[in-house]
Design a binder for this molecule. Structure first.
Ligand SMILES: [Zn+2]
Length: 115
């Protein structure tokens, strides 16, 4: 099964949050942890991007593309880009992959490619 990254939906007002928050940013009435997890959509639109050249040693790549993507439900998230020539406004599709490998652990994040 494909891996997912989850958003947190308030059980009182349905507002979606990502990353996790202790209290709902909309209704502020929510008790702690009263959220349902909902997989983030994978399709979206690239809003802005950059390329990082001076990476920490855990990243075993020479450069890394990073972008902010507006997902189809309106949420925005930061992800890695596997796109040679990104353009603002282009359609992208994400998949959850290991984005940082350390000796014993791989860390997962969203990698976007052109859709
Ligand atoms: Zn709420």
């Amino acid at each position: 099964m494909a891996r997912e990254i989850y958003a947190y939906k308030c059980r009182l007002c349905d507002t979606m949050h990502y990353p996790f928050r202790m209290v709902c940013k909309n209704c502020k009435q929510n008790d702690f942890f009263e959220f349902d997890t909902v997989p983030l959509p994978k399709e979206g639109k690239l809003l802005t991007f950059t390329r990082v050249y001076n990476l920490p040693p855990q990243y075993e790549v020479p450069t890394l593309g990073l972008g902010i993507v507006e997902l189809e439900n309106g949420m925005r998230m930061l992800g890695q880009l596997d796109i040679d020539e990104p353009k603002a406004g282009m359609a992208v599709k994400g998949s959850v992959e290991i984005v940082r490998q350390e000796t014993y652990d791989g860390y997962y994040g969203m990698v976007f490619r052109s859709a």
